[in-house]
Design a protein around this ligand. Structure first.
Ligand code: THU
Length: 127
């Protein structure tokens, strides 16, 4: 199942809309019932409005009705890591899940949300 997810993330790079950075990112999430949803980075001419591949994949799953995400794969040219904003969103919406980091040809390593965003701010501080 990990292979299917990493293959999907690598394939999703081809959907990337990144005319400004030319840095293609693909992502895929797996839900608790085994479904896989993909995402790619989508850039805006107003650069700050760009949405990362990880967030597009997560929002894709949630908007299809699947809230429980159990793993995430991210693929870039060179094994780039999730940005800070995505780390926060992953923690908020998926909690501590394995994240499979890939380059353009295959799987490289696994990290967990909790290790890449230690001492996170989250909803537990809001109630
Ligand atoms: N990008 C992602 O899609 N995910 C990340 O975690 C890091 C950055 C995108 C945003 C932008 O389109 C391009 O990579 C260069 O920053």
């Amino acid at each position: 199942m990990k292979k299917k997810l990493t293959d999907m993330a690598i394939a999703m790079r081809e959907k990337s809309h990144s005319p400004y950075s030319k840095y293609k990112v693909g992502a895929a999430v797996q839900t608790e019932n085994g479904l896989i949803f993909g995402g790619c980075n989508i850039e805006s001419s107003s650069y700050g409005l760009t949405c990362c591949a990880e967030r597009v994949a997560i929002y894709n799953a949630i908007s299809a009705g699947y809230k429980k995400i159990t793993s995430l794969a991210v693929a870039t040219e060179n094994g780039g890591m999730p940005c800070g904003a995505c780390r926060q969103v992953v923690w908020d919406l998926c909690r501590n899940i394995p994240i499979y980091i890939c380059n353009k040809t295959g799987y490289m390593k696994t990290v967990y949300s909790i290790e890449i965003l230690p001492d996170a701010f989250d909803n537990t501080f809001l109630k």
